[in-house]
Design a binder for this molecule. Structure first.
Ligand SMILES: *[C@@H]1O[C@H](CO)[C@@H](O)[C@H](O)[C@H]1NC(C)=O
Ligand SMILES: *[C@@H]1O[C@H](CO)[C@@H](O)[C@H](O)[C@H]1NC(C)=O
Ligand SMILES: *[C@@H]1O[C@H](CO)[C@@H](O)[C@H](O)[C@H]1NC(C)=O
Length: 179
């Protein structure tokens, strides 16, 4: 192979690596909305920037009507074009059935995979204790969306509606950007 050709291929490889490195996910906002104060309360719901490379979200939802045994979760991914529009994913799962056998629902399992190491929602129903998502970091999400199942760059919103006994009780909106 000629030297020029070698250099050319090295350049392509470098560009490819560079592209991989600059692709970066960051949380930009989080909103937690309690629709029924008799049922639950949001103790905290926050986005924290420790420094430029360490940002995380945490939230805690207290349950007043435990045990909770009938939960449906609807997740809709939105991407910003002119305003946020539904993008690729809109699915609803019976959370209690899902938690018994996560592998049976690959899409829900992909999203659940963002949370497993950072939550106490790692057991089957019922739920008796506050629901906690602890320090889910941008870097962890970044790794999953750039390596496990790639997404195009842009601004995203993951909206989650939680229904308990068929009533929408809590709405979670997590915003992030992939650049
Ligand atoms: C950011 O904060 C984390 C946690 O305190 C620390 O481990 C990391 O070294 C910090 N990074 C920079 C660039 O300061
Ligand atoms: C998600 O899908 C359901 C069922 O098809 C539909 O009723 C709902 O409007 C969709 N949500 C959004 C935000 O598009
Ligand atoms: C669930 O998470 C809690 C808190 O992080 C942990 O103590 C517990 O061992 C986990 N249980 C399972 C089954 O992974």
């Amino acid at each position: 192979m000629s030297t020029n050709l070698k250099l050319f291929f090295q350049l392509i490889v470098l560009l490819f690596l560079f592209k991989q490195n600059v692709s970066e996910f960051e949380f930009t906002n989080i909103k937690c909305i309690c629709l029924d104060e008799q049922f639950s309360s949001i103790e905290y719901c926050l986005l924290k920037s420790v420094n430029r490379s360490y940002k995380y979200i945490s939230l805690k939802v207290n349950l007043f009507k435990a045990p909770v045994t009938k939960v449906k979760v609807n997740m809709v991914l939105h991407k910003r074009f002119n305003g946020y529009r539904p993008f690729l994913y809109n699915f609803t799962v019976d959370a209690c059935r899902f938690l018994k056998n996560p592998a049976a629902n690959p899409i829900a399992n992909y999203f659940y995979g963002f949370l497993t190491v950072h939550t106490n929602v790692n057991h089957t129903c019922p739920f008796n204790t506050p629901i906690i998502f602890d320090k889910l970091s941008s870097n962890f999400v970044d790794h999953r969306i750039t390596h496990v199942l790639p997404f195009p760059e842009g601004d995203y919103l993951l909206e989650t509606n939680v229904y308990v006994n068929e009533v929408n009780r809590v709405v979670l909106k997590v915003y992030g950007s992939l650049s």
